[in-house]
Design a binder for this molecule. Structure first.
Ligand SMILES: Cc1cc2nc3c(=O)[nH]c(=O)nc-3n(C[C@H](O)[C@H](O)[C@H](O)COP(=O)(O)OP(=O)(O)OC[C@H]3O[C@@H](n4cnc5c(N)ncnc54)[C@H](O)[C@@H]3O)c2cc1C
Length: 338
């Protein structure tokens, strides 16, 4: 297997990149705190400058780079593979240091269950234990799809090698078409993980607010399950908001209802933005971030926040929490689903 040595300019940090890895995956596999968020080319958090050496750029048009970045020849570590030894410029951070080192595995599809008309749970099993923190994601290599896709786990770490994903079918989406229309129980895919920084923090006493928009269900369910399993809900409350477009899109309550703290410490708040009619929906109406603001207002900064979903939702939440209510950044953990 080809191996390249990648060193970080101005530091004594160096790591090897083998075979199919990108610069980002190689760094994280080596335990280095390479800055990143989505690992999918969307967010731009893993930008670096090339000091010497050459790379294969797997997705030069990736939206995570601006025109200015391209003019300055910046690159995304999640979309570049070293072609020989490299020296790069980037600032590693303690916050990005992986607590569980990502590993490649093969995973067999063990079962599928419909959650809504367009969200399905896909349950995979691997030979070795499923090691990850609640809220993290994996990169899946799906047969027939040339580039990997990120999907968040909805379950929690387990020795049985169970990895559960809740995936929304995207209109004309390539990977979701393959998953929904072609993959069958018994089929095998590549699973690399865990990745992601929006994992459950256990080092504080604050009540939790989890906010899922659309396909952001899985990581928030994982956070709720993780909080329950760790005993955090003995002392703390967890408010789970689900933002849906229509009443038919609302989901999650039956999954949370399986947890012993449901209704006493764990509360489900569905919010619909475009209800079909008052006969079909009598609950809260509006955008989910507005409902959170209405419910908590000046008490927002007393909470620990987790959220996942489409970038417009996460953007509204970031602005509301960070700018308007001055919630400290360290209390806010999110994944944008590009
Ligand atoms: C951290 C994270 C976690 C996620 N978790 C979930 C989840 O739990 N459930 C869920 O339903 N969705 C999740 N997503 C979204 C998911 O990864 C897919 O974007 C979505 O399923 C659409 O995929 P598609 O192939 O069907 O759509 P398409 O429109 O065919 O592809 C969209 C995505 O493919 C990638 N892509 C497109 N072209 C290229 C290229 N040339 N090279 C590399 N990549 C390319 C990009 O990431 C793009 O957003 C998550 C995304 C991220 C970033």
């Amino acid at each position: 297997m080809d191996s390249s040595r990648i060193s970080i300019d101005g530091t004594d940090i160096a790591f090897a990149q083998d075979g199919q890895d990108t610069v980002l995956r190689a760094a994280l596999r080596a335990g280095i705190g390479f800055p990143y968020e989505c690992a999918s080319g969307g967010c731009g958090s893993c930008k670096f400058d090339l000091v010497s050496g050459a790379v294969d750029n797997l997705w030069p048009e990736a939206p995570g780079l601006t025109d200015r970045d391209r003019r300055k020849q910046r690159l995304l570590a999640c979309q570049c593979r070293a072609r020989g030894d490299l020296c790069i410029k980037v600032r590693p951070s303690q916050e990005s240091k992986p607590l569980v080192l990502p590993r490649r595995r093969t995973a067999k599809l063990a079962g599928i269950t419909d959650i809504t008309h367009d969200i399905r749970e896909f349950r995979f099993v691997t030979d070795s234990a499923a090691e990850f923190l609640p809220g993290q994601f994996a990169l899946l290599d799906i047969p027939g799809i040339p580039t990997p896709r990120a999907y968040s786990m909805s379950n929690i770490a387990n020795d049985a090698g169970q990895w559960h994903f809740q995936i929304r079918r995207v209109r004309e989406g390539k990977a979701t078409a393959a998953l929904f229309d072609r993959l069958e129980p018994g089929d095998v895919i590549g699973l690399d993980g865990p990745y992601g920084l929006a994992w459950l923090r256990q080092d504080n006493e604050r009540d939790l607010i989890c906010i899922a928009g659309g396909s952001g269900l899985a990581p928030m369910v994982s956070i709720a399950r993780g909080a329950s399993a760790a005993g955090l809900l003995d002392k703390r409350k967890l408010h789970f908001y689900y933002g849906a477009r229509t009443a038919a899109d609302v989901c999650g309550e039956h999954l949370l209802g399986e947890l012993p703290e449901f209704a006493s410490k764990l509360h489900f708040h569905p919010v619909v933005s475009m209800p079909e009619s008052s006969a079909l929906w009598s609950g809260a109406i509006g955008f989910v971030h507005q409902q959170v603001e209405q419910d908590f207002g000046s008490r927002l900064a007393d909470h620990e926040f987790y959220f996942a979903g489409p970038p417009p939702m996460t953007q509204s939440l970031q602005e509301m929490l960070m700018v308007q209510y001055k919630v400290p950044f360290s209390q806010i953990h999110y994944d944008r689903f590009f």
